[in-house]
Design a protein around this ligand. Structure first.
Ligand SMILES: [Zn+2]
Length: 390
């Protein structure tokens, strides 16, 4: 019988999305409220709250929770939480809103009203302080830091009611699963131990290798794509999905994996973000998460295994879901197979490694991609995409 991990610090999931039948009425009411624009990062957090992925949060954080999650990775009630989930606005808007007032949250990009916020607190933060704790740097060149620095001066806290998920359910039909839905799927398959494999790229052989190591020790695999805003040069989700399908349909055992996506926007907070990724995977019903080299990192801000080591520093009981820590993966010609630095004794001259930048260049120049690096069926999907880019 399926026995999944419980949601984070709660007996049940706490989605904030109102039932479909009530959404039109809520939306009409919200039109009469003051409008607060929210950025794409805030919208992505709103959607995570709406679907219950951020259980047990019921809205955007107040000052004590902001400070606690930034400094000690703990909410004021003692619950483990590694990254502030906050909403900001500029001084003028904040000044016009009273504590106790309910405001409408409007996605800046689409102009759509997404939900309502019952404002319980307004507060200013020290952005540099937050960045130094969460990102380990306040360098404005770090993309996550840059977003914090661009935030409004005042944070608004309070309970969120969601009545829209924007265009996600429509745009990502067949991929957009909410935590209650992945849990029901896992249960229907009789899975208890489920590993999440996070990706924002197509899967090449090293990814296949990691996913299959997870499958060797778990009942099932959730291939979980980031659907939030992309960085320049990233492969669009539709192409990624086809490339992953091309791999799994030929090289994975049917019924052992599910491909899905979720609406987060990457912060590139490295180790802290790895903790958040494991926390919300617990809400999705996953008992394990594959954490590879430099998980959620960017540039050279984090050591290759900082995102592994941080798990060893947590107080016991912080998270039930656990990382599957994996080394650097490659094809080794001497071993004659995929391996990691933990299992292959040979040197770089025998190991095939291709960086993301070099791989893009190889596609653009129509060079041959070695079969040891990527399955030909995956390469075919990507070649078609790059050919259309010219
Ligand atoms: Zn080797």
């Amino acid at each position: 019988m399926s026995k999944l991990v419980p949601p984070h610090a709660s007996d049940s999931l706490m989605p904030l999305l109102v039932p479909e039948a009530e959404r039109a009425e809520e939306l009409n009411r919200a039109k009469t409220l003051k409008h607060v624009p929210i950025t794409s990062r805030e919208t992505s957090d709103f959607l995570m709250l709406a679907m219950g992925a951020y259980t047990p949060l019921t809205g955007f954080m107040g000052y004590e929770d902001w400070r606690g999650s930034a400094v000690d990775m703990k909410l004021s009630n003692g619950v483990f939480w590694p990254i502030p989930i906050t909403l900001s606005c500029d001084k003028d808007i904040a000044g016009s809103i009273g504590v106790g007032e309910t405001v409408a949250l409007v996605d800046q990009e689409s102009g759509k009203i997404m939900g309502a916020l019952e404002v319980s607190e307004k507060y200013a933060i020290d952005k540099i302080f937050e960045c130094k704790h969460v990102f380990r740097t306040a360098d404005p060149k770090h993309p996550g830091v840059a977003k914090i620095l661009r935030q409004g001066e005042i944070n608004l806290a309070g309970h969120v009611t969601a009545f829209s998920e924007g265009s996600y359910p429509e745009d990502y039909k067949g991929l957009y699963y909410r935590p209650a839905e992945t849990r029901a799927l896992f249960a229907s398959k009789g899975w208890s131990r489920v590993a999440a494999f996070q990706t924002r790229n197509p899967m090449h052989r090293s990814h296949e290798y990691l996913a299959k190591i997870a499958l060797e020790v778990c009942d099932g695999l959730l291939i979980h794509q980031v659907l939030g805003a992309l960085k320049r040069g990233d492969i669009p989700a539709s192409v990624r999905t086809r490339a992953i399908d091309a791999l799994t349909s030929r090289y994975f055992v049917p019924g052992t994996y599910i491909q899905a996506g979720y609406p987060i926007e990457m912060r590139y907070a490295g180790p802290r973000e790895a903790l958040l990724h494991v926390l919300f995977r617990q809400n999705f019903g996953c008992s394990h998460v594959v954490i590879g080299r430099d998980h959620a990192g960017v540039g050279n801000y984090y050591g290759p295994f900082d995102a592994h080591n941080i798990f060893d520093t947590l107080p016991e009981g912080s998270l039930i879901t656990q990382p599957l820590k994996m080394g650097v993966t490659f094809y080794c010609y001497k071993c004659d197979g995929l391996a990691t630095t933990r299992t292959c004794p040979h040197g770089p001259e025998d190991q095939l490694q291709i960086s993301g930048t070099r791989l893009r260049e190889m596609f653009v120049n129509n060079e041959k991609i070695p079969e040891e690096f990527s399955r030909p069926e995956v390469v075919a999907v990507l070649r078609e995409y790059y050919a259309g880019q010219k």
